[in-house]
Design a protein around this ligand. Structure first.
Ligand SMILES: NC(=O)C1=CN([C@@H]2O[C@H](COP(=O)(O)OP(=O)(O)OC[C@H]3O[C@@H](n4cnc5c(N)ncnc54)[C@H](OP(=O)(O)O)[C@@H]3O)[C@@H](O)[C@H]2O)C=CC1
Ligand SMILES: O=C(O)[C@@H]1CCC=N1
Length: 268
């Protein structure tokens, strides 16, 4: 069975490892590397997986999943790049960094796959977009899918779309959490106890998300069904439109996409 090493197990690396274990990936087929040894020990105690150094991971794993911050990827590749044996699959989880960044720092012919996942991996509801980079074949994409399917949904996209994907689904959970936070505060403003406001909004978010996924209806239709003539909802929607929420979202996601491009330019 494929041995996967997660290089740089912070938040996302741990989510990937724990998801693979939940899906039945044997602990002895997983390796983890960390910068701080205490973090490696913590992950070993929590999951029973072996914490090793980057050189050992390169030597022993079939797949190297790079989960360091994009700003740390250059240093990591300077350390391991030349030692990566031919044919080892590199799966990058780094926002912004194109596969060419990795190819330039790895032996010629090394297959590179770029993925963008998100934190709902914690509850097996991630959205992961997968792209083939240099030398990545259908088989390599299938390996990446085998890794990420247990964590939620997967989709294949051309790499040219990955910065937009990052802006939408990679960063996306943060936008929903911000919205929930603001709506709970609105509940406080209206005099509800915080816990009651929290419970109302969280269940409303879950119900709305499940309807979006399962009803097959367009979001406009779902919204219209809530919006009664001369009712309460349209009064709120007028305020959202007056405050430019729609325009703010367009600008915000464009800014996230632009930041991904900037990270790539600064790392080149
Ligand atoms: N957070 C998110 O929602 C998402 C993040 N991503 C991407 O995932 C990647 C990781 O993000 P995230 O988990 O949030 O970041 P974290 O900072 O939580 O994790 C990165 C980890 O890499 C470790 N690290 C750095 N350099 C090395 C090295 N040379 N060898 C071994 N370990 C190293 C860091 O160690 P130390 O703790 O000592 O600094 C840290 O624990 C990023 O590239 C990000 O763009 C993608 C999708 C979503
Ligand atoms: O904020 C970030 O840069 C990372 C990438 C996508 C989500 N978090």
């Amino acid at each position: 069975m494929t041995v996967v090493a997660v290089l740089g197990a912070g938040k996302i690396g741990e989510l990937v490892l724990s998801g693979l274990l939940r899906a039945g990936w044997p602990a002895d087929k997983l390796l983890v590397t960390t910068r701080r040894s205490t973090r490696g020990e913590e992950l070993h105690e929590r999951y029973g997986i072996r914490a090793v150094d980057n050189a050992t991971a390169v030597a022993e794993a079939d797949v190297l999943a790079i989960a360091v911050k994009p700003q740390d990827a250059g240093a990591l590749l300077a350390e391991i790049g030349a030692t990566v044996p031919a044919g080892k699959l590199i799966v990058s989880l780094c926002a912004g960094l194109p596969t060419s960044f990795f190819a330039a720092r790895l032996p010629e012919g090394t297959p590179v796959v770029r993925v963008m996942t998100n934190t709902p991996a914690l509850v097996d509801e991630a959205m992961t977009a997968i792209s083939a980079g240099p030398h990545a074949t259908g088989d390599h994409l299938a390996v990446a899918e085998e890794m990420f399917k247990p964590l939620g949904a997967t989709i294949r996209v051309p790499e040219s779309q990955q910065d937009a994907v990052t802006a939408l689904s990679g960063s996306g959970p943060a936008y929903f959490y911000l919205l929930v936070e603001a709506m709970v505060d609105a509940g406080i403003l209206l005099g509800l106890p915080r816990q009651v406001a929290h419970d109302l909004i969280v269940q409303t978010a879950i119900g709305s998300a499940v309807m979006l996924r399962d009803s097959g209806e367009h979001p406009v239709k779902l919204r219209e069904a809530v919006t009664s003539p001369a009712g309460t909802t349209i009064s709120a929607i007028r305020e959202l439109e007056n405050h430019g929420v729609r325009a703010a979202l367009l600008a915000a996601l464009e800014a996230a996409r632009d930041r991904a491009r900037e990270i790539a330019a600064q790392s080149a």
